[in-house]
Design a protein around this ligand. Structure first.
Ligand SMILES: NC(=O)c1ccc[n+]([C@@H]2O[C@H](COP(=O)([O-])OP(=O)(O)OC[C@H]3O[C@@H](n4cnc5c(N)ncnc54)[C@H](OP(=O)(O)O)[C@@H]3O)[C@@H](O)[C@H]2O)c1
Length: 224
């Protein structure tokens, strides 16, 4: 599976790219600037030896089986419109975007109301028909992803397409330490996105890189 990461030069996108490259996945880093993408990809390739390349966002999406959006909310709609002609039916689009109020100059410990209910549902509205929307990775700190240690966080995966959600849970589990949990329908992304604002508040007040663990479920659900 070829994974394109839109905005993959930023902390969240490059952290995911690093972890998936270490797991042997083929990764294309996307950026507005092909040179910046190539530089970011070169660093990850040198560290991991994996098949990692970099190019402009749209070109990255064209050849990918799965596209991950790691961009700030303020440009979410604009980038999705830009990418529309590069996305195609059957492709999985994973949205990690949190609609933080920081996007409009307010605090990162609050979220904005999104007309569709969540950033992920906005993405579903703007993506071409047949693109399979999955919301995931909102609660995983880039500070943890960029390191070598296992990541102490569960990933809640929400989607209206069960098969796409399962593939993304498999991908999440390739990050050491991560357990993936079925978060139900895409509309639940609204709740998962908001949890990130709470985690950012912990990080600021209590000085850390907080994550999330879902406990009390039968052990087998973390492997499905
Ligand atoms: N950072 C975290 O720990 C974390 C954790 C969970 C979820 N998230 C979510 O993941 C997303 C990415 O987070 P991040 O911290 O990596 O974000 P970021 O550094 O602000 O942005 C990521 C990338 O988006 C591109 N970008 C920035 N401004 C843009 C613009 N005006 N137009 C087009 N592209 C632009 C940039 O790539 P180019 O300049 O190369 O195009 C940048 O490297 C956010 O929605 C965030 O809420 C982040």
């Amino acid at each position: 599976m070829t994974i394109a990461i839109v905005g993959g030069t930023g902390p969240e996108g490059s952290g995911l790219a690093l972890r998936w490259a270490r797991a042997g996945e083929t990764v294309i880093i996307g950026s507005r600037d092909a040179h910046r993408a190539a530089d970011a990809a070169k660093k990850i390739h040198e560290e991991t030896g994996a098949n990692v390349s970099g190019t402009e966002n749209k070109a990255a999406c064209q050849s990918a089986d799965l596209v991950v959006l790691t961009i700030p909310f303020e440009v979410h709609a604009e980038i999705l419109k830009h990418l529309k002609s590069a996305l195609h039916p059957g492709q999985i689009l994973v949205d990690t975007t949190v609609p933080l109020a920081a996007s409009v100059g307010d605090r990162a410990t609050r979220t904005l109301g999104v007309w569709q209910g969540s950033a992920a549902q906005q993405a579903a509205d703007l993506a071409p028909d047949g693109v399979l929307l999955v919301a995931a990775f909102h609660n995983v700190s880039s500070e943890l992803l960029k390191g070598d240690a296992p990541v102490d966080c569960d990933v809640i995966v929400c989607s209206d397409d069960k098969q796409a959600a399962r593939r993304v849970r498999e991908l999440a589990r390739k990050i050491p330490g991560v357990r993936a949990v079925d978060g139900g329908k895409l509309e639940n992304a609204r709740i998962v996105e908001q949890i990130t604002a709470l985690l950012i508040g912990f990080n600021i007040r209590l000085k850390g890189h907080s994550g999330l663990r879902i406990t009390g479920l039968p052990p087998e659900v973390y492997d499905i």
